[in-house]
Design a protein around this ligand. Structure first.
Ligand code: IPM
Ligand code: MN
Length: 371
């Protein structure tokens, strides 16, 4: 088999700290792989007005998959202010590179496991083992937004009677973000959730939406889920509203197995679920398409901890395990997960969030030692 090519994009802040931790573990695993480091993130935005340059996209295109650290994202006005003076006022607009990469490479599955490892003092309960499947390319993240509201868009919206209430609002006092759900988008994320349940012997999939209010977009998700479920006779489909799901996840998280939902709902509910099993220090994620995948811990770049090698690398190491699995390295993936679980269980080597004082890199070294 040809040598694997894996892109490493450390990004900003603690993205670099945890990428160094990942490298320690990858070195020990000793895959037949070449690692190619690329640039992405806030520093590039400030210097070049583009946080995701074409050279980075080209690099990813030449690889099998990508391991991603974290990046800083800021709202419009703050982003503009941080550009170097030569670039200010030239019409550069910031948009999130990770969202762009998901769309560019059609990484429609965002898979986020939330599993309580025994011995983790941060577990909310010890019997939680659920996986969120978040649609990753459309919904409220499709990027179709308007401000000020163009005339033509307003006229089109006015074909809907409910738009009358906004007829008097001036264009610069109204903003619009479209929630786009396609039948294909709904079908492939629900199918991915069911396929995963089938492969891992899980017995239920819960579609989490809000079809009682978002009758068309959530409605399409739920109707599609019912159709897809027919192909998986042994697996039960349940339906829950996003708001009550937030409540049920606090009340009885152990009752849930596979959750599937649209983009923004999945973003929110996966943070909630992640907190039940130790918080962002344990939340791993995979962005998966039919031809490419990008793996990233859920946490952000936490600039205040950057370079201190203080943060918990477990989210990143669990993310590496997801990557190994996707690469077909099941044995290595399972070994890595067992090593992580045994470090957590023993409880001697812990970063500050778990009440310890071990550094990011020493945690990674301990995991590597057990491989
Ligand atoms: C995540 C993050 C991203 C998202 C941000 C950084 C754009 O919160 O991966 O969950 O909203 O998807
Ligand atoms: Mn998020």
């Amino acid at each position: 088999m040809a040598k694997l090519r894996i892109a490493l994009l450390p990004g900003d802040g603690i993205g670099r700290d945890v990428m160094d931790a990942a490298r320690i573990v990858l070195e020990k695993i000793d895959l037949d792989a070449e690692y190619l480091e690329g640039e992405v993130g806030w520093e590039l935005w400030k210097r070049e007005g583009n946080p995701l340059p074409q050279r980075t996209i080209d690099l990813l295109k030449s690889t099998d998959c990508c391991l991603f650290g974290a990046i800083t994202s800021k709202p419009k006005e703050e982003a503009e202010k941080e550009l170097i003076p030569e670039l200010q006022g030239k019409g550069y607009t910031y948009s999130s590179p990770i969202v762009a990469l998901r769309q560019l490479f059609d990484l429609y599955i965002n898979m986020r496991p939330c599993k309580a490892y025994p011995g983790n003092p941060l577990n909310y309960r010890d019997d939680i083992d659920l996986v969120v499947f978040r649609e990753n390319t459309e919904g409220l993240y499709a990027g179709v937004e308007f401000y000020p509201l163009p005339d033509g868009v307003r006229r089109a919206l006015e074909t809907h009677p409910k738009m009358k209430r906004f007829a008097d609002v001036p264009p610069d006092e109204i903003a619009l973000t479209c929630r786009i759900i396609t039948r294909r988008g709904a079908e492939r994320i629900v199918r991915a959730a069911f396929e995963y349940a089938k492969k891992t012997g899980r017995k239920s999939v819960t579609i989490v939406e809000k079809p009682n209010v978002l009758r068309e977009t959530s409605g399409l998700m739920v109707r599609t889920a019912r159709e897809v479920a027919k192909d998986y006779p042994g697996i039960e489909l349940s339906e829950a509203n996003i708001d009550s799901m937030a409540m049920w996840l606090i009340k009885n998280p152990q009752d849930y197995s596979v959750l599937v939902t649209s983009n923004l709902f999945g973003d929110v509910i996966s943070d909630l679920a992640g907190q039940l099993v130790g918080g962002l220090g344990f939340a791993s994620s995979a962005n998966i398409g039919d031809h490419y995948a990008l793996f990233e811990p859920v946490h952000g770049s936490a600039p205040k901890y950057a370079g201190q090698y203080k943060v918990n690398p477990m989210a990143m190491l669990l993310t590496v395990s997801l990557m190994l699995e996707w690469l077909g390295k099941q044995e290595e993936a399972a070994k890595l997960e067992r090593a992580i679980a045994s470090v957590i269980k023993e409880g001697k080597v812990r970063t500050y969030d778990m009440g310890g004082s071990t550094s990011t890199l020493d945690v990674a070294r301990e995991v590597a030692r057990r491989l």
